[in-house]
Structure formats: structure tokens, C-alpha cells
Design a binder for this molecule. Structure first.
Ligand SMILES: C[S@@+](CC[C@H](N)C(=O)[O-])C[C@H]1O[C@@H](n2cnc3c(N)ncnc32)[C@H](O)[C@@H]1O
Length: 264
């Protein structure tokens, strides 16, 4: 399916070349812990850059709405099962030790109801004793409307300027991303609208909380965006084997994200 990450999927990795996916994957492994080799599902996995590193430690699978993003992920991590599905309503018919939804992708669940549906779906895919880790988008308080942002790619045969002014309409952040893309074949202008839901910490925590689950918030997270980690209590059968597990590394309980900004 072609959505916000359709035509421009080809340039996604160039635009986010600055992002240290290896370090983020390492930090995630530290936070979610676990003994031995487990299973992991990355929801909204994009071009598979976290999975590329997480597969060193987990048997991984990915899921994304964009067939274009998944096509790039398939080239990057051949053999890894990748599902084209919507995080707001999917069912893979199995559970994982860890389920992740990173780089603020949860914001693409645009309304409170959609965010709750997405979290419910993800939670249903976590094994007893497992964890769900979600890197949030901005809270309504932290979102700064009417701020201007730009990202540039400067390679010999590819120049990209992506410029946007951030706005909000009600509880939705609006990013009209204007791209000027220059290649030896010519220069074109593309416009992409990204609409992402802004949720308070209380709303996120309420959506993550459920009987038998504990929810913690790590202020720093993987990249400064914060990280919610919801842990599913072990089934009665596996209590003894998981009792010696490490507590959540580096986890600090707090009010939630306080990042300034208005950019992706
Ligand atoms: C900011 S990118 C993050 C990709 C990847 N996690 C990363 O860290 O590079 C957001 C991703 O969410 C995906 N996405 C948007 N809406 C979605 C939905 N409803 N269900 C599943 N994936 C979705 C997009 O296709 C895109 O790949």
C-alpha cells in the first residue's frame, strides 16, 4: 500500500542517514533485557534498519503498512519474515518475547481510539513474561506549532532539500513536507502531508496499562524521544524461570516526554 512512505521510500535511508540504528538497537537490548535468544516483532519497521541489528540477538519479524518500505527492508534483511499490515488492526496468530514500535511511528495512529487499538493489537502479540516497547511521538504540550525545519542530503548525484513548517489541528500534528529532489535526470518538487496524533503521557500510559501488565517510562529511551516499556507478567508456569531476570535497565519512572520541537 502507498501512504506517507510510498514514493519517497527510495530516499528514506538517505534522509535518516544520521540516525545511529546500531546504537539504538544495543540500547533497546539493554532495556528489554531477557535471557538467551528470544523472538521480536518490530511494528512499523520501515526499511528494517533496527531489525538489521536486532536480529543478532533475536529471531526477528517486521510489520509495516508501506509495501515500498518493506521492499527495501527485504533487500536489507533477506529471509526475515516481513508482514504488510496496519498496526491498528493486525493479527499474526502468534506471540513474541518483545514487540517494538520505534521512531515515533505510533503517531501514525492518528486518533486516541486508533492509538488504543494499535497498542491493544501489539499487546496481544506479546508472550507472558515478554515486553512491549514504544518510542512515542510528541505530547501536545511539547509540540511547537509554527516552527520551521529542514533536512538536506548532499551527494554528488543526489541533492534533497526537505523543508516544512509544523502546525497542529486539534490534537493532530501536521507536517507538510516539501521535497526538492535533484538527480542527473532532473529536479522535481514533491509534497507529502504527514498527520500524527499527539498523546499525553497519561493517555499513553492508560492505553498501555492492563491487568497483569506493568508500565515504565524511560525518559531518554533510545534516542532522546523517551521509551514506554510495558511488561506482561509471566504465566504461572514460568514464574520460577523468570524470577531472576534483571530489572528494567536505566528505567526511570517519570511524568513522560518533555522534548521541545516539532520535527520528525
Ligand atoms: C518514521 S517511520 C519509522 C520506520 C522505522 N521504525 C525506523 O525507525 O526507521 C514510520 C513508519 O511507520 C509506517 N506506518 C505508518 N502508518 C502505519 C500503520 N498504520 N501501520 C503500520 N505501519 C505504519 C510507515 O510506513 C513508516 O515505515
Amino acid at each position: 500500500m502507498t501512504g506517507e512512505y510510498g514514493v519517497l521510500a527510495a530516499y528514506y535511508d538517505k534522509l535518516y542517514a544520521w540516525k545511529d540504528y546500531a546504537a539504538e538497537a544495543g540500547r533497546l537490548i539493554e532495556i528489554v533485557g531477557g535471557d538467551g535468544r528470544g523472538t521480536l516483532l518490530d511494528v512499523a519497521c520501515g526499511t528494517g534498519r533496527h531489525l538489521e541489528h536486532l536480529r543478532e540477538r533475536f529471531d526477528v519479524e517486521g510489520l509495516d503498512l508501506s509495501s515500498e518500505q518493506l521492499a527495501i527492508a527485504r533487500q536489507r534483511i533477506p529471509g526475515v519474515p516481513l508482514h504488510e499490515a496496519d498496526m491498528r488492526h493486525f493479527s499474526l496468530g502468534r506471540t513474541f518475547d518483545v514487540v517494538t514500535c520505534l521512531f515515533s511511528s505510533i503517531g501514525y495512529a492518528k486518533t486516541l481510539r486508533e492509538m488504543q487499538d494499535a497498542i491493544e493489537c501489539m499487546r496481544a502479540h506479546v508472550k507472558p513474561g515478554g515486553a512491549l516497547a514504544i518510542e512515542p511521538w510528541f505530547t501536545p504540550d511539547a509540540w511547537q506549532s509554527r516552527t520551521v525545519h529542514a533536512v538536506f542530503v548532499d551527494e554528488p548525484e543526489l541533492k534533497i532539500a526537505r523543508v516544512n513548517t509544523s502546525f497542529a489541528v486539534g490534537r493532530a500534528s501536521i507536517l507538510d513536507l516539501h521535497y526538492l529532489i535533484g538527480t542527473p535526470d532532473g529536479t522535481e518538487h514533491l509534497l507529502e502531508r504527514h498527520e500524527m496524533g499527539l498523546y499525553t503521557t497519561a493517555e499513553m500510559q492508560a492505553a498501555l496499562r492492563a491487568p497483569g501488565w506493568t508500565v515504565a517510562y524511560d525518559e531518554e529511551g533510545l534516542s532522546g524521544r523517551g521509551l514506554y516499556v510495558a511488561r506482561r507478567g509471566p504465566s504461572r508456569r514460568s514464574v520460577a524461570s523468570t524470577a531472576r531476570r534483571r530489572p528494567l535497565a536505566g528505567s526511570r519512572q517519570s511524568e513522560g516526554p518533555k522534548r521541545p520541537g516539532g520535527t520528525r
